[in-house]
Design a protein around this ligand. Structure first.
Ligand SMILES: *Cc1c(COP(=O)(O)O)cnc(C)c1O
Length: 444
């Protein structure tokens, strides 16, 4: 990076965009060795924000669980290591440092959508009963760029309480169709009926990283609860949920955490809220010591463990154990540092080589406003993304015009980024994408 700079500043730019730069950076990359621990089926896998690839560690912990099943069968609940009975809590302990929480504030269980149902439901009930917050207002503040499942779940929870979702689900609107201004979120909190603000940490399409701390502080100043969906930041961006005082959070484990398709999800509940009654109650969230007394009276655990519902799916939790190990070995700070360097490299190459080919960057340029992926915008984004896949470069398309490129730090490097940009340039120059059907014209 510290190349000599010519009079006009061009040398450094040329250096960064030159072919040698990527090779040099890959050679000096302290996380380079992790690539060998993943099986990546494609030449350049840039879709880890949708589904992370398998690692040796995830396979090892999964195989161990299968072996324990074989050797212990029913005794696995007590004699496996760790005992399956406590697996949700133990994995929560391991995850806690990644989100900056106390061990008993984190548990794994359910899916992200189910966790939104139970936590939104729980806090709507607690607001009504006056157990939390400073008002009994129960509108939920979300934004119009959210991932749809979050809205489906929130609206269903409102409906089940006899609250009209059109009135009680407030939308913060994006000004540019890409990002959400924190000021707009804060201004919307001044509506009197807002009880909960629920925002993503990172927007799934543009990759904007929201200011979790400022949103939480502004909410608390108004007696409003603050919850977050960390699906697109867990494993890519460090968090300080406890220190910031976030009330609750959810996330999935199959994106940057690399725990496998449909892997068990995770959740955080601030210790101030321990003891609330979970909206979706089940015996797996029962107080552990008395769970097997099988009383008909429900006594929820006094930790985040209370928001588990049914029996933990051991085989979709087991790969997460190894996956967490790898992430912690690499270190979330080192992961974030490399991630920012890769996305910044991708943005500068796009400016340099793709801007005049009609491709622009839809992701904020400030590092503190950027998650782990970059949105490249082009009118023919869908067909370009298909052409990239046929060249062994896996990215994904999000309507209407976004190619998401995710250089996940554990198994991609500078050369992968370089390759994506070179390939897009060729695909556009040679009109290669015109050989593909438009989205909707054929099988997608
Ligand atoms: C990926 C993602 C989900 C996924 O929810 P599932 O219940 O695992 O299907 C939810 N919300 C956001 C914001 C996501 O990015």
């Amino acid at each position: 990076m510290d190349s000599s700079t010519g009079e006009d500043g061009a040398t450094e730019r040329d250096h960064r965009t030159g072919a040698d730069y990527a090779r040099e950076r890959d050679e000096a990359d302290p996380l380079a060795a992790f690539r060998g621990r993943f099986d990546v089926p494609d030449a350049h896998y840039m879709d880890g924000n949708s589904l992370g690839p398998v690692s040796d560690a995830a396979v090892a912990s999964l195989e161990r669980a299968v072996e324990e099943w074989r050797e212990l069968a029913i005794r696995g609940w007590t004699d496996a290591e760790p005992p399956w009975f406590y697996y949700g809590e133990r994995l929560g302990d391991e995850l806690a440092p990644l989100v900056g929480a106390r061990e008993d504030e984190v548990v794994v269980g359910n899916s992200t959508t189910v966790n939104i149902h139970t936590l939104i439901g729980t806090f709507l009930d607690a607001l009504e009963r006056g157990e939390v917050g400073e008002t009994d207002a129960r509108a939920v503040l979300v934004n119009d760029l959210d991932f749809p499942t979050d809205h489906y779940a929130i609206r269903a929870q409102l409906r089940q309480r006899g609250l009209d979702p059109d009135e009680h689900c407030h939308l913060v609107e994006s000004r540019d169709g890409r990002t959400i201004e924190t000021d707009d979120i804060v201004a919307a909190m001044d509506e009197e009926d807002v009880g909960i603000v629920f925002m993503p940490s990172v927007l799934y399409r543009s990759g904007q990283l929201l200011d979790v701390e400022r949103i939480t502080e502004a909410a608390h100043e108004r007696g409003i609860l603050a919850g977050f969906d960390l699906a697109h930041s867990i494993g890519a961006v460090p968090h300080e949920l406890s220190a910031v005082g976030v009330d609750f959070a959810v996330w999935c484990s199959y994106k940057y955490m690399n725990a496998g398709p449909g892997a068990i999800a995770g959740l955080y509940v601030n210790e101030d809220h321990f003891g609330l009654t979970p909206a979706l109650a089940g015996w797996w969230g029962h107080h552990k010591e008395t769970q097997f007394e099988l009383n008909l009276e429900y006594t929820p655990a006094e930790t985040a463990g209370a928001w588990q519902i049914g029996t933990i799916p051991v085989l979709s939790a087991a790969p997460l154990e190894g996956a967490i190990e790898i992430t912690r070995e690499a270190g979330i700070e080192a992961i974030r540092e490399k991630s920012l360097e890769l996305t910044s490299y991708l943005i500068s190459l796009t400016d340099e080589h793709l801007a005049d080919r009609g491709v622009s960057v839809g992701t904020p340029r400030e590092p503190e406003r950027r998650g782990g992926h970059v949105a490249l915008e082009h009118a023919d984004a869908y067909r370009i993304s298909q052409a990239l896949r046929d060249r062994g470069i896996v990215v994904d398309f999000r309507p209407p015009n976004v190619i998401r490129v995710c250089p996940a730090p554990l198994y991609t490097g500078y050369r992968d980024v370089r390759e994506v940009v070179d390939a897009v340039a060729e695909i556009v120059d040679e009109a290669e994408y015109e050989e593909y059907e438009r989205q909707g014209d054929g099988v997608t």
